[in-house]
Design a protein around this ligand. Structure first.
Ligand code: 6PG
Length: 268
């Protein structure tokens, strides 16, 4: 795949605020489908490539996407922005969580959902390497690329400001070369995980953070109003013309001064 060289500049994040999680879910579904249309109709790609995290996100995401019959689900190609190194049917699995809230309700072909190789779960480096190979197979065409460009990456924000499995003060925050990294000292259990790296997040066409609830007020204020503090979520700086978006409810934005943009699906 030959890629236009993106400029190194990042554009300011766009903040969408909603009175309730239900309102957020509706607009998030429109946003995801606009990204899908951009990939399939405008860019005429064979698949819409999306990466999804765990946490509270899958439930909010699935709510208004399930039941949509106008979606070409067979053209979705799904990756995990981060995954816990556990069996796929384990309670901690992000695949299992997303399966419960979305995949089991829509006809995405199973082979288009890129799960981790569970044959050597005691070897997270192997799991990360094998996952990176899946990305290479999906993104690398006739010419080499430095980093894959997801059409959309959907992320959550932890109360400590982590995103994906990129935690405050962790050496993985400095990873510049790899596409998929592993860690066995995650402060949020379970300890052993794989994660996309910053260069991969920053090469995406769009990254959207979804963060809801009063418990996120302090971290949202830090991430949006004080990016200079350098929390992991603030360090996602998508290279222009890509962009970072925040989808939050009023409860999470109680202390935030950052300017909101009103959501208009027609202008995405
Ligand atoms: O697998 C994980 O642990 C997640 O991918 C993680 O990065 C999550 O998105 C945040 O911890 C926010 O989680 P909540 O939305 O549940 O607060």
């Amino acid at each position: 795949m030959s890629e236009a060289a993106p400029s190194k500049k990042a554009t300011a994040p766009v903040l969408f605020g909603f009175p309730s999680t239900d309102d957020l879910s509706k607009s998030l579904a429109s946003f995801v489908l606009a990204a899908q249309d951009d990939a399939l109709t405008t860019k005429k790609q064979a698949t819409f490539k999306i990466a999804i995290s765990g946490g509270s996100l899958p439930k909010v995401l699935g709510k208004d996407l399930i039941g949509r019959e106008d979606v070409p689900w067979d053209k979705w190609e799904v990756f995990f922005a981060d995954e816990r190194v556990v069996p796929l049917d384990h309670d901690d699995s992000n695949f299992r969580l997303n399966d419960e809230h979305l995949f089991s309700h829509v006809p995405i072909p199973r082979q288009n959902i890129h799960v981790i190789d569970t044959s050597k779960l005691d070897d997270p480096e192997h799991v990360a390497d094998e996952y990176e190979k899946q990305l290479v197979a999906a993104f690398v065409g006739s010419s080499s690329i430095a980093f894959p460009r997801f059409d959309l990456v959907l992320l959550g924000i932890g109360p400590d400001g982590h995103t994906c499995s990129l935690f405050p003060g962790h050496p993985l925050l400095n990873e510049q070369d790899g596409w998929v990294a592993w860690l066995d000292d995650s402060p949020k259990p379970p300890a052993t995980r794989i994660t996309l790296t910053y260069p991969v997040l920053n090469h995406a066409h769009r990254v959207a953070f979804v963060s809801t609830g009063e418990g996120k007020q302090d971290v949202m204020e830090k991430v949006l109003d004080h990016p200079e503090e350098g929390l992991p979520s603030s360090r996602v700086k998508v290279i222009s013309p890509g962009r970072v978006y925040f989808f939050s409810d009023d409860a999470a934005l109680g202390k935030v001064k950052y300017e909101r943009t009103s959501f208009d699906a027609a202008k995405l």
